[in-house]
Write a protein that binds this ligand. Sequence first.
Ligand SMILES: NC(=O)c1ccc[n+]([C@@H]2O[C@H](COP(=O)([O-])OP(=O)(O)OC[C@H]3O[C@@H](n4cnc5c(N)ncnc54)[C@H](OP(=O)(O)O)[C@@H]3O)[C@@H](O)[C@H]2O)c1
Length: 311
Amino acid sequence: MFSLVSMSAFSIINMPSQKGKVAIVTGGNAGIGYETVKGLLAKESHVIMASRNPDKANEAKNALLSEIPRSSLEFIQLDLAKKSSIEAFVSEFESKHDRLDLLINNAGIMMPPYGETDFGYERQWGVNYLAHFYLTGLLFPILKKTEEARIVTLSSLAHQNGKIYFDDVNRKDNYDRNEAYRQSKVACLIFAYELNRRLDQNGMSQKSLGAHPGVAITNLLDDGPWYIKALAPFFKWMLHSVEDAAKPTLMAALDPALTGGEYIGPTGKRGMKGEPGKVDSNDLSKDPDVGDRLWKLSEQQIDFKFEVSPT
Ligand SMILES: NC(=O)c1ccc[n+]([C@@H]2O[C@H](COP(=O)([O-])OP(=O)(O)OC[C@H]3O[C@@H](n4cnc5c(N)ncnc54)[C@H](OP(=O)(O)O)[C@@H]3O)[C@@H](O)[C@H]2O)c1
Protein backbone atom coordinates (compact mmCIF):
# COMPACT_ATOMS: atom_id res chain seq x y z
CA MET A 1 0.00 0.00 0.00
CA PHE A 2 1.27 3.44 -0.87
CA SER A 3 2.19 5.56 2.14
CA LEU A 4 4.22 8.61 2.85
CA VAL A 5 7.38 7.82 4.73
CA SER A 6 8.87 11.08 5.83
CA MET A 7 8.53 14.82 5.51
CA SER A 8 11.39 17.16 4.83
CA ALA A 9 11.75 20.84 4.12
CA PHE A 10 13.59 21.08 0.86
CA SER A 11 14.98 24.34 -0.40
CA ILE A 12 17.19 24.61 -3.45
CA ILE A 13 18.96 27.50 -1.76
CA ASN A 14 20.32 25.07 0.84
CA MET A 15 21.60 22.61 -1.74
CA PRO A 16 25.34 22.53 -2.46
CA SER A 17 26.80 24.41 -5.42
CA GLN A 18 27.16 22.29 -8.56
CA LYS A 19 29.97 24.42 -9.97
CA GLY A 20 32.28 22.28 -12.11
CA LYS A 21 29.66 19.51 -12.36
CA VAL A 22 27.94 18.27 -15.48
CA ALA A 23 24.28 17.24 -15.73
CA ILE A 24 22.08 15.82 -18.47
CA VAL A 25 18.31 16.34 -18.35
CA THR A 26 16.29 14.42 -20.94
CA GLY A 27 13.26 16.38 -22.09
CA GLY A 28 14.76 19.51 -20.54
CA ASN A 29 13.00 21.89 -22.92
CA ALA A 30 9.52 21.69 -21.39
CA GLY A 31 7.48 21.14 -18.25
CA ILE A 32 9.18 19.51 -15.29
CA GLY A 33 12.41 19.01 -17.24
CA TYR A 34 12.60 22.72 -17.98
CA GLU A 35 12.15 23.59 -14.29
CA THR A 36 14.75 20.97 -13.39
CA VAL A 37 17.26 22.53 -15.78
CA LYS A 38 16.49 25.93 -14.27
CA GLY A 39 17.16 24.64 -10.74
CA LEU A 40 20.45 23.06 -11.77
CA LEU A 41 21.58 26.20 -13.58
CA ALA A 42 20.78 28.21 -10.48
CA LYS A 43 23.24 25.93 -8.64
CA GLU A 44 25.89 26.66 -11.33
CA SER A 45 25.91 23.21 -12.89
CA HIS A 46 26.79 22.87 -16.57
CA VAL A 47 23.58 21.42 -18.02
CA ILE A 48 22.97 19.52 -21.22
CA MET A 49 19.41 19.83 -22.41
CA ALA A 50 18.78 16.53 -24.20
CA SER A 51 15.74 17.15 -26.37
CA ARG A 52 14.37 15.88 -29.65
CA ASN A 53 13.30 19.12 -31.29
CA PRO A 54 16.06 21.72 -31.95
CA ASP A 55 13.60 24.61 -32.41
CA LYS A 56 11.85 23.93 -29.12
CA ALA A 57 15.19 23.34 -27.40
CA ASN A 58 16.69 26.61 -28.64
CA GLU A 59 13.58 28.52 -27.63
CA ALA A 60 13.76 26.99 -24.14
CA LYS A 61 17.50 27.63 -23.99
CA ASN A 62 17.04 31.31 -24.84
CA ALA A 63 14.32 31.67 -22.22
CA LEU A 64 16.53 30.05 -19.56
CA LEU A 65 19.55 32.15 -20.50
CA SER A 66 17.51 35.31 -20.22
CA GLU A 67 16.24 34.21 -16.78
CA ILE A 68 19.64 33.06 -15.54
CA PRO A 69 22.23 35.00 -17.55
CA ARG A 70 25.79 33.66 -17.77
CA SER A 71 24.63 30.14 -16.98
CA SER A 72 26.27 27.21 -18.70
CA LEU A 73 23.66 25.50 -20.85
CA GLU A 74 24.17 23.29 -23.89
CA PHE A 75 21.77 21.51 -26.23
CA ILE A 76 22.47 18.09 -27.68
CA GLN A 77 19.75 16.47 -29.74
CA LEU A 78 18.22 13.26 -28.42
CA ASP A 79 15.19 11.44 -29.75
CA LEU A 80 14.46 8.59 -27.39
CA ALA A 81 12.23 6.90 -29.95
CA LYS A 82 15.24 6.31 -32.23
CA LYS A 83 18.04 3.97 -31.24
CA SER A 84 20.59 5.67 -33.51
CA SER A 85 19.74 9.06 -31.95
CA ILE A 86 20.48 7.71 -28.46
CA GLU A 87 23.81 6.40 -29.70
CA ALA A 88 24.65 9.66 -31.54
CA PHE A 89 23.76 11.66 -28.42
CA VAL A 90 26.15 9.61 -26.28
CA SER A 91 28.97 9.90 -28.86
CA GLU A 92 28.57 13.66 -29.04
CA PHE A 93 28.38 13.98 -25.25
CA GLU A 94 31.51 11.84 -24.80
CA SER A 95 33.41 13.86 -27.38
CA LYS A 96 32.78 17.04 -25.37
CA HIS A 97 32.81 15.90 -21.73
CA ASP A 98 34.89 13.70 -19.50
CA ARG A 99 32.58 13.59 -16.48
CA LEU A 100 28.86 13.17 -15.82
CA ASP A 101 27.69 13.98 -12.31
CA LEU A 102 23.96 13.80 -12.90
CA LEU A 103 21.78 11.97 -15.37
CA ILE A 104 18.11 12.88 -15.08
CA ASN A 105 15.90 10.46 -16.97
CA ASN A 106 12.94 12.80 -17.21
CA ALA A 107 11.51 12.80 -20.76
CA GLY A 108 8.19 11.11 -21.17
CA ILE A 109 4.94 10.73 -23.02
CA MET A 110 1.56 9.77 -21.62
CA MET A 111 -1.28 7.74 -23.07
CA PRO A 112 -0.79 8.29 -26.82
CA PRO A 113 -2.62 6.11 -29.36
CA TYR A 114 -0.70 2.92 -30.19
CA GLY A 115 2.61 3.53 -31.93
CA GLU A 116 6.11 2.06 -31.85
CA THR A 117 9.67 3.34 -31.49
CA ASP A 118 12.08 2.53 -34.31
CA PHE A 119 13.46 -0.24 -32.11
CA GLY A 120 10.10 -2.00 -32.20
CA TYR A 121 8.49 -1.26 -28.85
CA GLU A 122 5.24 0.39 -27.85
CA ARG A 123 6.06 4.07 -27.56
CA GLN A 124 5.51 4.55 -23.82
CA TRP A 125 7.55 1.47 -22.97
CA GLY A 126 10.17 2.49 -25.51
CA VAL A 127 10.53 6.20 -24.75
CA ASN A 128 9.71 6.38 -21.04
CA TYR A 129 11.56 3.27 -19.98
CA LEU A 130 13.64 1.22 -22.43
CA ALA A 131 15.38 4.19 -24.09
CA HIS A 132 16.40 5.50 -20.67
CA PHE A 133 17.73 2.06 -19.71
CA TYR A 134 19.83 2.10 -22.88
CA LEU A 135 20.92 5.73 -22.45
CA THR A 136 22.02 5.05 -18.87
CA GLY A 137 23.87 1.92 -19.97
CA LEU A 138 25.71 3.71 -22.78
CA LEU A 139 26.64 6.55 -20.42
CA PHE A 140 27.68 4.18 -17.65
CA PRO A 141 31.42 4.21 -18.47
CA ILE A 142 31.53 7.98 -17.90
CA LEU A 143 29.16 7.83 -14.91
CA LYS A 144 31.39 5.31 -13.19
CA LYS A 145 34.44 7.51 -13.74
CA THR A 146 32.62 10.32 -11.91
CA GLU A 147 32.72 9.82 -8.15
CA GLU A 148 29.32 10.23 -6.44
CA ALA A 149 27.48 10.58 -9.76
CA ARG A 150 23.69 10.25 -9.52
CA ILE A 151 21.07 8.86 -11.84
CA VAL A 152 17.52 10.06 -11.19
CA THR A 153 14.71 8.34 -13.05
CA LEU A 154 11.19 9.79 -13.18
CA SER A 155 8.28 7.60 -12.23
CA SER A 156 4.71 8.59 -11.37
CA LEU A 157 1.87 8.03 -8.92
CA ALA A 158 0.53 5.96 -11.82
CA HIS A 159 3.16 3.30 -11.06
CA GLN A 160 1.03 2.11 -8.15
CA ASN A 161 -1.24 -0.08 -10.27
CA GLY A 162 1.45 -0.78 -12.83
CA LYS A 163 2.15 -4.32 -13.96
CA ILE A 164 4.88 -5.60 -16.26
CA TYR A 165 3.66 -7.85 -19.07
CA PHE A 166 6.95 -9.72 -19.29
CA ASP A 167 5.81 -11.93 -22.16
CA ASP A 168 4.44 -9.09 -24.28
CA VAL A 169 5.22 -5.54 -23.14
CA ASN A 170 3.71 -4.08 -26.33
CA ARG A 171 0.25 -5.63 -25.92
CA LYS A 172 -0.60 -4.39 -29.39
CA ASP A 173 -3.74 -6.47 -29.66
CA ASN A 174 -4.97 -5.44 -26.21
CA TYR A 175 -3.55 -1.93 -26.12
CA ASP A 176 -4.83 0.12 -23.21
CA ARG A 177 -3.00 3.46 -23.24
CA ASN A 178 -3.51 4.00 -19.51
CA GLU A 179 -2.23 0.55 -18.61
CA ALA A 180 0.77 1.03 -20.92
CA TYR A 181 1.65 4.31 -19.19
CA ARG A 182 1.44 2.61 -15.77
CA GLN A 183 3.59 -0.26 -17.04
CA SER A 184 6.27 2.13 -18.34
CA LYS A 185 6.33 4.13 -15.12
CA VAL A 186 6.57 1.15 -12.77
CA ALA A 187 9.40 -0.11 -15.01
CA CYS A 188 11.22 3.22 -14.52
CA LEU A 189 11.03 2.80 -10.75
CA ILE A 190 11.99 -0.89 -10.77
CA PHE A 191 15.02 0.15 -12.85
CA ALA A 192 15.96 2.99 -10.48
CA TYR A 193 15.96 0.58 -7.51
CA GLU A 194 17.66 -2.28 -9.37
CA LEU A 195 20.44 -0.02 -10.62
CA ASN A 196 21.06 1.18 -7.08
CA ARG A 197 21.17 -2.42 -5.79
CA ARG A 198 23.79 -3.26 -8.43
CA LEU A 199 25.83 -0.15 -7.60
CA ASP A 200 25.70 -1.05 -3.89
CA GLN A 201 26.63 -4.69 -4.51
CA ASN A 202 29.73 -3.47 -6.35
CA GLY A 203 30.65 -1.02 -3.62
CA MET A 204 30.42 1.92 -6.02
CA SER A 205 29.97 5.55 -4.99
CA GLN A 206 27.37 6.29 -7.69
CA LYS A 207 23.71 6.38 -6.67
CA SER A 208 20.43 5.74 -8.40
CA LEU A 209 17.17 7.25 -7.15
CA GLY A 210 13.56 7.43 -8.28
CA ALA A 211 11.47 10.59 -8.21
CA HIS A 212 7.91 11.55 -9.07
CA PRO A 213 6.47 15.03 -9.42
CA GLY A 214 2.98 14.51 -8.03
CA VAL A 215 0.62 16.10 -10.52
CA ALA A 216 1.00 19.33 -12.51
CA ILE A 217 -0.51 20.49 -15.77
CA THR A 218 2.09 20.22 -18.55
CA ASN A 219 2.22 19.26 -22.23
CA LEU A 220 2.19 15.64 -21.06
CA LEU A 221 -1.58 15.74 -21.37
CA ASP A 222 -1.45 16.62 -25.07
CA ASP A 223 -1.22 13.07 -26.45
CA GLY A 224 -3.73 11.53 -24.06
CA PRO A 225 -7.50 11.20 -24.32
CA TRP A 226 -9.14 14.64 -24.87
CA TYR A 227 -11.16 14.52 -21.66
CA ILE A 228 -8.08 14.42 -19.41
CA LYS A 229 -6.83 17.72 -20.82
CA ALA A 230 -10.34 19.22 -20.79
CA LEU A 231 -10.99 18.28 -17.17
CA ALA A 232 -7.52 19.05 -15.76
CA PRO A 233 -8.12 22.80 -15.16
CA PHE A 234 -11.15 21.97 -12.95
CA PHE A 235 -8.91 19.97 -10.64
CA LYS A 236 -6.19 22.59 -10.47
CA TRP A 237 -6.78 23.10 -6.75
CA MET A 238 -5.66 19.50 -6.17
CA LEU A 239 -2.44 19.92 -8.20
CA HIS A 240 0.68 22.01 -7.85
CA SER A 241 2.73 24.27 -10.08
CA VAL A 242 5.24 22.88 -12.57
CA GLU A 243 7.99 24.57 -10.57
CA ASP A 244 6.93 22.74 -7.40
CA ALA A 245 6.54 19.51 -9.38
CA ALA A 246 10.25 19.68 -10.26
CA LYS A 247 11.32 19.85 -6.60
CA PRO A 248 11.30 16.06 -5.99
CA THR A 249 13.65 15.61 -8.95
CA LEU A 250 15.91 18.39 -7.70
CA MET A 251 15.93 16.96 -4.21
CA ALA A 252 16.80 13.48 -5.53
CA ALA A 253 19.56 15.04 -7.62
CA LEU A 254 21.08 17.38 -5.06
CA ASP A 255 20.30 16.51 -1.45
CA PRO A 256 23.58 15.28 0.12
CA ALA A 257 21.64 13.43 2.85
CA LEU A 258 20.28 10.89 0.36
CA THR A 259 22.23 7.67 0.08
CA GLY A 260 20.74 6.05 -3.05
CA GLY A 261 17.71 3.83 -3.60
CA GLU A 262 15.25 6.42 -2.31
CA TYR A 263 12.03 7.42 -4.02
CA ILE A 264 11.35 11.14 -3.71
CA GLY A 265 7.94 12.73 -4.26
CA PRO A 266 5.51 15.27 -2.84
CA THR A 267 4.49 14.49 0.74
CA GLY A 268 1.11 16.27 0.66
CA LYS A 269 -2.34 14.72 0.34
CA ARG A 270 -2.30 11.55 -1.82
CA GLY A 271 1.18 12.48 -2.96
CA MET A 272 -0.24 14.85 -5.56
CA LYS A 273 1.43 17.98 -4.23
CA GLY A 274 3.38 19.30 -1.28
CA GLU A 275 6.91 19.46 0.00
CA PRO A 276 9.27 16.87 -1.48
CA GLY A 277 10.49 14.05 0.72
CA LYS A 278 11.04 10.30 0.82
CA VAL A 279 7.92 8.37 -0.20
CA ASP A 280 7.05 4.72 -0.49
CA SER A 281 6.21 2.76 -3.63
CA ASN A 282 4.34 -0.43 -4.44
CA ASP A 283 5.64 -3.92 -3.63
CA LEU A 284 6.31 -4.83 -7.25
CA SER A 285 8.74 -1.93 -7.68
CA LYS A 286 10.81 -3.06 -4.68
CA ASP A 287 11.00 -6.78 -5.51
CA PRO A 288 14.65 -7.64 -6.34
CA ASP A 289 13.62 -10.69 -8.39
CA VAL A 290 11.42 -8.47 -10.54
CA GLY A 291 14.29 -5.98 -10.82
CA ASP A 292 16.66 -8.66 -12.04
CA ARG A 293 14.08 -10.07 -14.46
CA LEU A 294 13.35 -6.63 -15.92
CA TRP A 295 17.06 -5.90 -16.30
CA LYS A 296 17.61 -9.11 -18.27
CA LEU A 297 14.53 -8.50 -20.42
CA SER A 298 15.69 -4.94 -21.18
CA GLU A 299 19.19 -6.11 -22.18
CA GLN A 300 17.61 -8.58 -24.55
CA GLN A 301 15.06 -6.09 -25.96
CA ILE A 302 17.65 -3.41 -26.75
CA ASP A 303 20.42 -5.91 -27.56
CA PHE A 304 22.91 -4.39 -25.13
CA LYS A 305 24.76 -5.81 -22.12
CA PHE A 306 24.51 -3.30 -19.27
CA GLU A 307 27.28 -4.39 -16.91
CA VAL A 308 27.40 -2.59 -13.55
CA SER A 309 30.93 -2.98 -12.23
CA PRO A 310 33.73 -0.61 -11.24
CA THR A 311 36.16 -1.98 -13.85
N1 LIG B 1 3.04 16.34 -15.28
C1 LIG B 1 2.71 15.45 -14.37
O1 LIG B 1 1.74 15.63 -13.60
C2 LIG B 1 3.51 14.19 -14.21
C3 LIG B 1 3.04 13.25 -13.29
C4 LIG B 1 3.78 12.09 -13.11
C5 LIG B 1 4.94 11.88 -13.81
N2 LIG B 1 5.34 12.80 -14.72
C6 LIG B 1 6.59 12.51 -15.44
O2 LIG B 1 7.39 13.66 -15.50
C7 LIG B 1 8.22 13.63 -16.67
C8 LIG B 1 8.16 14.95 -17.39
O3 LIG B 1 6.84 15.16 -17.84
P1 LIG B 1 6.19 16.61 -18.00
O4 LIG B 1 4.92 16.60 -17.24
O5 LIG B 1 7.17 17.65 -17.79
O6 LIG B 1 5.76 16.51 -19.55
P2 LIG B 1 6.06 17.47 -20.79
O7 LIG B 1 5.89 18.89 -20.41
O8 LIG B 1 5.23 16.92 -21.90
O9 LIG B 1 7.61 17.22 -21.06
C9 LIG B 1 8.01 15.98 -21.58
C10 LIG B 1 9.38 16.14 -22.19
O10 LIG B 1 9.75 14.88 -22.75
C11 LIG B 1 10.17 15.11 -24.09
N3 LIG B 1 10.02 13.95 -24.96
C12 LIG B 1 8.89 13.30 -25.33
N4 LIG B 1 9.19 12.33 -26.21
C13 LIG B 1 10.53 12.37 -26.41
C14 LIG B 1 11.43 11.65 -27.23
N5 LIG B 1 11.01 10.70 -28.08
N6 LIG B 1 12.74 11.96 -27.19
C15 LIG B 1 13.20 12.96 -26.39
N7 LIG B 1 12.38 13.70 -25.61
C16 LIG B 1 11.07 13.40 -25.63
C17 LIG B 1 9.29 16.27 -24.57
O11 LIG B 1 9.83 16.84 -25.75
P3 LIG B 1 8.92 17.76 -26.72
O12 LIG B 1 8.81 19.09 -26.04
O13 LIG B 1 9.68 17.78 -27.99
O14 LIG B 1 7.59 17.07 -26.83
C18 LIG B 1 9.40 17.17 -23.34
O15 LIG B 1 10.61 17.84 -23.34
C19 LIG B 1 7.72 12.44 -17.50
O16 LIG B 1 8.57 11.35 -17.31
C20 LIG B 1 6.36 12.14 -16.90
O17 LIG B 1 5.99 10.79 -17.03
C21 LIG B 1 4.65 13.96 -14.94
